[in-house]
Design a protein around this ligand. Sequence first.
Ligand code: GTP
Ligand code: MG
Length: 195
Amino acid sequence: LFAGEVDFLKGVVAMSGLPADDRIEVCFAGRSNVGKSSLINAITGRKALARASNTPGRTQEINYFTLGEERYLVDLPGYGYANAPVNVVEKWQALLKQYLSGRASLRRAFVLVDSRHGIKTVDEEIMTLLDKSAVAFQVVLTKADKIKPSQYDGLLAQVREKLAKHPAAYPELVLTSSEKGDGIATLRSIIAGIG
Ligand code: GTP
Ligand code: MG
């Protein structure tokens, strides 16, 4: 699906370290522990490409992965609570916001939302930042295996209601489970189709 190799390129700790913006770029944003890194592993089919862990605040750099010759997939540090010193967290949160509002080649931000929690206030703050920066974003619901199918409708209704206030939001939602594989093929083809 992604012609060529999937690989880790680099971890970036300052805007000056970003690679040249000459590729189609998409990123995974979301609260700490929502499952960003796990989803990168699931869609690339590489179990340990991105480091995932049960400790919120695992990813502390902007991690670049190459998808073939012409795309970058970017794993971001989480926002919200993190198990790390305050000054360190503040530094990466500032970088995250600079990246989300100032990356010319960023075509779409996938905002990951835990299926058990729905959209929280911190998610809305990030969505407002994306609106202001005119960065199109799409919500991906994670950990679908943690809720019952009978809860899907309520979750989707809450998310749709919140998204109605955000002009940069795509209406299409993707329900995923990195653990069980739900929605992974769909998300892969959405990413491959961004041109
Ligand atoms: P930070 O880098 O800390 O912001 O976290 P992250 O968003 O990258 O989350 P990560 O992928 O590290 O996953 C956090 C925890 O959730 C890990 O223990 C994962 O195993 C678990 N997890 C991720 N995706 C799923 C899923 O689809 N289902 C279940 N049941 N657990 C998941
Ligand atoms: Mg991570």
